[in-house]
Write a protein that binds this ligand. Structure first.
Ligand SMILES: O=P(O)(O)OC[C@@H](O)[C@@H](O)c1c[nH]c2ccccc12
Length: 272
C-alpha cells in the first residue's frame, strides 16, 4: 500500500497537482459513504479525506457540522467508520486520510488508536485541534505504524511557527487558506499565493491548500499559485447530502471530475 509521501512523490514526478475530496463518514449513511469513496476514487481523487463525525466540531462551518450531526444521530461510531475503511480501502487507489478531532484519540489512547487505524489501512491522519506541544508524540507513534500525521498551517501563523510545523508535518503540509471555519467561500484570499511561496522556500514537503475551495476556477487558481494539492470538503459534503443517496453520489462524481479536469486536464482525458 502506497504512503501519502510516496503518492506525492509520484505525482510530483509527473508534475501533477493532487485532488483531495473530503466526506463525512455516516452522512447520509455508512452504505452511501462506502459508495462515495469508490466513486471519488474512480473520478480523479488522488487521496480521500474521511471525516469521523464528532459532536463538537469547532473548526467546522455549518455544512460539515450539519453532516456530523446527521451522522451521529444515525448512531455512527468510530468502530463502524474503521470497519468501513477496512472493507473498502484495499480496493481503492487513493490512500485514505482519516480526519478526527483529538478527543477520540485521547479516549482510546494514542498507541491503540494508531494501531487500529493503521490496521484498517488508513495512511494519513489530520487532527485539527492537536496542540503542537503534543504533536511530536502522535507523529512519532504514528510513524511506527506507517501513518503520516499532517499538520495545519494557518494564514496567521508566524514565520517561526510555520517553519516548525513544516518540519514536523508528515505526508504534506495543510495550508488553511482563511482564518475561520470550513465552508464554501466565493473567493480564495490573495495572500495564499505569497504564503505558498514563502513556505516553498523553507520546505520541500508537498503543500495542500484547503478551506473555501468549491469550484474549478478556484482549484485551478490554487494550483497555479503552486499548491501540490487542492482539498475540497464542504462542496462535496453539501452535494452528497442533497436529494437521494443516488443523486448525491452522482453529484459528487460530477464535481470530482470537474475539479480534476481543472487541475490536471490532460490526465483525465488520457484515462477516458
Ligand atoms: O470544507 P472546506 O472549506 O472545503 O475545507 C476542507 C475540509 O472540509 C477538510 O479538510 C476539513 C473538514 N473539517 C476540517 C476541520 C479542520 C481542518 C480541515 C477540515
Amino acid at each position: 500500500m502506497t504512503s501519502i509521501s510516496e503518492r506525492f512523490q509520484s505525482l510530483r514526478n509527473r508534475n501533477q497537482c493532487a485532488l483531495i475530496p473530503f466526506v463525512t463518514a455516516g452522512d447520509p449513511d455508512l452504505e452511501t459513504t462506502k459508495e462515495a469513496l469508490r466513486v471519488l476514487d474512480k473520478s480523479g481523487a488522488d487521496f480521500i479525506e474521511l471525516g469521523v463525525p464528532y459532536s463538537d466540531p469547532l473548526a467546522d462551518g455549518p455544512v460539515i457540522q450539519a453532516a456530523a450531526t446527521r451522522a451521529l444521530s444515525k448512531g455512527t461510531t468510530l468502530e463502524q467508520v474503521l470497519e468501513l475503511v477496512a472493507e473498502v480501502s484495499p480496493s481503492l487507489q487513493a490512500p485514505i486520510i482519516l480526519f478526527t478531532y483529538y478527543n477520540p484519540i485521547l479516549n482510546r489512547g494514542i498507541r491503540s488508536f494508531l494501531a487500529q487505524i493503521a490496521n484498517v489501512g488508513a495512511r494519513g491522519l489530520v487532527v485539527p485541534d492537536l496542540p503542537l506541544e503534543e504533536a511530536e508524540e502522535l507523529i512519532n507513534t504514528a510513524a511506527e505504524f506507517g501513518v503520516e500525521v499532517i499538520l495545519l498551517v494557518a494564514p496567521t501563523s508566524s514565520q517561526e511557527r510555520i517553519g516548525a510545523i513544516a518540519q514536523s508535518s508528515r505526508g504534506f503540509i495543510y495550508l488553511v487558506s482563511v482564518t475561520g471555519v470550513t465552508g464554501i467561500r466565493s473567493q480564495i484570499q490573495d495572500r495564499v499565493k505569497p504564503l505558498l511561496t514563502s513556505m516553498r522556500s523553507i520546505s520541500d514537503k508537498p503543500i495542500g491548500v484547503g478551506f473555501g475551495i468549491s469550484g474549478a476556477e478556484q482549484a485551478r487558481q490554487v494550483k497555479e499559485w503552486g499548491a501540490d494539492a487542492v482539498i475540497v470538503g464542504s462542496a462535496f459534503v453539501k452535494r452528497l447530502a442533497t436529494g437521494s443517496p443516488e443523486e448525491g453520489l452522482h453529484a459528487i462524481e460530477e464535481l470530482c471530475k470537474e475539479l480534476k479536469t481543472a487541475i490536471a486536464p490532460a490526465l483525465l482525458m488520457a484515462n477516458g
